[in-house]
Design a protein around this ligand. Structure first.
Ligand code: NAD
Length: 379
């Protein structure tokens, strides 16, 4: 990312995130230091890192310039966690680059606003994750790891007993029995964390390759007999048919009641999260049981009745935690990993001191969001 002599440095702006409960920041001081040494100018909105415990002074010490929102919005590149609000579109300029976990497919208003402002949107959610070169940019993985770790901590905190076996003068406590449904990036991290806390852990997934991964973490793999293997494209799961889903729910119901804690992380890219645990299954759990639904969203999650960002205690005494955005609850670790992902993307779009977001680089091409048709009406 060396500078072209006499060209002004490419500027990268870091905005303070405004989503409810969002405490992450797109760049952290350590990464800002590296980027400024590589020739970029970094502008940081005052207070942008505060909620993740990165004070303004640390950004300044790393070589960033602090400014108000208007000054930062003028940067050549805006690094964000989420897509900027549609209301900011008049402050953006043609050719400006916005990079983040934009998920514009699900945010039509923001997609239209960025498109009509002539902004080039680079969406980390579109990254081809199997390309080895893209792994340093893989924000879905870095944030899912944080969320999986946090899910086990949230479950342990909501649970009324110990996770590990405890032998004390007052008697012996049995270890908690934890079931993790969906053992991709987040699920494996939840398994590892629950194991480190001393729980007895079982994992389940429909991708056959996950069984060995679960066992390699010292957990037991739950093999269902009713559900066929569900490997889909690109290493992801496929969506089950209606009949397969019903059979899976029925068989899982028989297992779930035997666990103290259930953590669900199942996703199928581009689809609603599958319901794995029905309301009847939750009702059959013992009082004091805990369910953490990492897939909880406005579209519904893996657990019937879970509400994003809410903790519901059922009449039967089970606590259902609808965990919408757990990575934001560990903001320092999540932001540090995310910032390294963003920096890797910046290195792919700033070459020889010039911004080239239209490049033919296969990773940049894959994450560049096609501009919406100019005639498309706003929603
Ligand atoms: P994800 O968030 O899309 O899904 C989470 C898990 O839910 C997956 O393991 C999936 O199989 C499971 N699932 C979906 N429907 C289910 C159902 N009905 N019942 C039970 N489980 C169900 O996936 P992810 O965690 O992002 O990753 C999925 C796969 O991609 C993994 O194999 C992962 O190792 C792989 N991956 C590879 C790379 C890489 O090569 N660099 C990077 C990231 C992920």
């Amino acid at each position: 990312m060396a500078l072209t002599p006499d060209a002004p440095p490419v500027s990268v702006g870091v905005l303070r995130e405004h989503g409810a409960g969002e405490r992450r920041v797109a760049l952290v001081p350590e990464v800002v230091g590296r980027l400024t040494r590589e020739g970029l100018a970094v502008l940081v909105e005052r207070g942008a890192g505060e909620a993740a415990f990165f004070p303004d002074a640390a950004y300044e010490a790393a070589g960033a310039t602090l400014g108000d929102r208007t000054a930062v919005l003028a940067a050549d590149v805006l690094a964000c966690v989420h897509a900027p609000d549609a209301g900011l579109a008049p402050s953006l300029h043609r050719g400006q680059v916005v990079v983040g976990l934009l998920a514009l497919g699900g945010h039509v208003e923001q997609a239209h606003a960025l498109g009509s402002a002539g902004v080039v949107a680079l969406d980390l959610a579109l990254l081809p994750r199997t390309l080895s070169r893209a792994q340093s940019m893989d924000a879905l993985t870095s944030q899912a790891s944080v969320a999986g770790y946090r899910a086990a901590i949230v479950a342990a905190e909501a649970f009324g007993r110990f996770f590990p076996m405890m032998i004390t003068a007052a008697g012996t406590a049995k270890p908690a029995r934890v079931l993790v449904l969906g053992t991709g990036v987040a699920g494996l991290q939840a398994i590892g964390t629950a194991r480190r806390l001393g729980a007895q852990v079982t994992g389940y997934d429909i991708r056959p390759s996950s069984a060995d991964e679960v066992r390699s973490l010292g957990a037991t793999f739950l093999q269902l007999t009713s559900t066929p293997e569900g490997a889909g494209e690109g290493g992801y799961a496929r969506e089950l048919t209606e009949d397969e889903r019903a059979a899976q729910q029925a068989e899982l119901a028989g297992h779930v009641a035997g666990f103290d804690v259930v953590i669900t992380t199942a996703q199928v890219p581009g689809r609603r999260p599958p319901v794995l645990v029905t309301a009847d299954t939750v009702a059959a759990m013992r009082p004091g049981s805990v369910v953490v639904d990492l897939g909880a969203s406005d579209l519904g999650g893996n657990v019937e009745g879970s509400v994003p960002d809410e903790r519901v205690v059922t009449p039967g005494g089970a606590t259902v935690v609808g965990a919408g955005n757990l990575a934001a609850e560990l903001p320092t670790a999540a932001s540090s990993a995310y910032a390294r992902n963003v920096a890797a993307v910046l290195r792919a779009v700033v070459r020889d001191g010039r911004l080239d977001a239209d490049s033919d680089d296969e990773v940049v091409k894959a994450i560049r969001v096609p501009a919406p048709a100019p005639t498309a009406p706003p929603p």
